[in-house]
Design a protein around this ligand. Sequence first.
Ligand SMILES: Cc1cc2nc3c(=O)[nH]c(=O)nc-3n(C[C@H](O)[C@H](O)[C@H](O)COP(=O)(O)OP(=O)(O)OC[C@H]3O[C@@H](n4cnc5c(N)ncnc54)[C@H](O)[C@@H]3O)c2cc1C
Length: 423
Amino acid sequence: VTATQLDRVVVVGAGLAGLRAAEALRAGGFAGRLDVVGAERHPPYTRPPLSKAVLVGEATLDDCALHGADALDAHWRLGAPAAALDLSAREIKLFGGERLPFDGLVLATGAHARPWPGDAPAPAGALVLRDADDAERLRAALSTGPRRVLVVGAGFIGSEVVSAAAALGHAVALVELEPQPLARLLGPQAGALIAAAHRAHGVGLRTGTTVERFAAGGAAHLSDGTRIAADVCVLALGAVPSSGWLEGSGVALDRGIVCAADLRVLGDDGAAPLDRVVAAGDVVRWPHPLLTAPGEEPLGVGHWSNAAEQGAHAARTLLATAAGVERGEPFGEIPTFWSAIHDLRLRSVGVPALADETCLLEGDLSERRGVIGYLRAGRLVGALAIDANRRAAAYRDRIGQPLTDATPSALRSTGTAPSTPGR
Ligand SMILES: Cc1cc2nc3c(=O)[nH]c(=O)nc-3n(C[C@H](O)[C@H](O)[C@H](O)COP(=O)(O)OP(=O)(O)OC[C@H]3O[C@@H](n4cnc5c(N)ncnc54)[C@H](O)[C@@H]3O)c2cc1C
């Protein structure tokens, strides 16, 4: 039995994970018909510059293009979102009614910006940032001024947007529900450094508060009684996996697509993997061999390197199982992430949000430089390098291991870990 027995593969999602999956299918010998379905009209591009260099005019959207799509001999259906999956007919249905039959399927629909949750509507013209069109709208809004910019949500995207807006000379306010920016993901020590960086760059940071309602004209009324008037309002409330179109299809869904360790998609009827259906990228939750203990919730990771590596891995699993192998290799790459917030350079390995304890591995945080270690039950689950980018990689091989040689420090005490495990 050979991989050539796959005649028709459909990849849904023309982003990073979808592109890497298509490349790995061809590299792995798949010579059949390949359809790539993308909701956006753009060919695949990379998102990290959208909240950084693009906003300050140091890169254009053309600079973000991911190359390699042309060489794949694929049928690209861009600007054509998939509407439904019919597992019994083995077809993807597009909006407009067209049906694409498949014998192998890769689901890589990523995530979208979390919409405003309040009962009262978000202000007309409030912006979000997930895709290239969003970035173009935000870049245009920030290209004149100075203006009053309000960013709601101090996660990575919100903090990066604030950095860009402050660098462009705008008057920036940042509102965050948690006590520190990014504390839920990186813990309060890193949160305090990021908060200090915001304040040092003139950002009006208000933590522990939220927008209760937006008044006509865009002014935000906060739960602490403050009113913030703004010309530009950006909602940076996090990302939601784009799996809603699969409701009722037979795919196991739980805040994303639930997969087996080898990235085969599970069915919703008792968790057996579906035949020749795999998934990759931000839309996936899967049991990580090192980071997910037995019985624990599967992991979801919204990082660039994870999407790229999962795309290729899912394709290899599809080829192997179509060739008769019972299951693919478990996907056990260690997630990595980088971010630039004002003059702070952050790089993480592992998943700091899983920790119940933190420690200082290197450096001195009072000098804004060092490596924070994140532990769960005494084992390293993440490390965050602050202005010490190259040091993060040193801990990659130690993820999942017990940590015996950490510097005892004031960081090591209860209550200092990220507050909520999760995405
Ligand atoms: C502004 C921004 C900055 C970022 N910066 C960093 C960073 O500095 N470092 C880092 O590690 N990560 C960063 N990330 C995260 C990283 O970009 C994502 O992890 C990565 O893009 C995920 O790739 P993906 O292919 O899984 O999903 P996506 O890139 O979201 O691609 C999925 C594609 O599927 C399409 N789609 C959705 N639904 C359908 C449907 N029904 N039919 C067809 N197509 C569909 C979407 O339109 C999209 O084009 C950033 C993300 C954003 C938005």
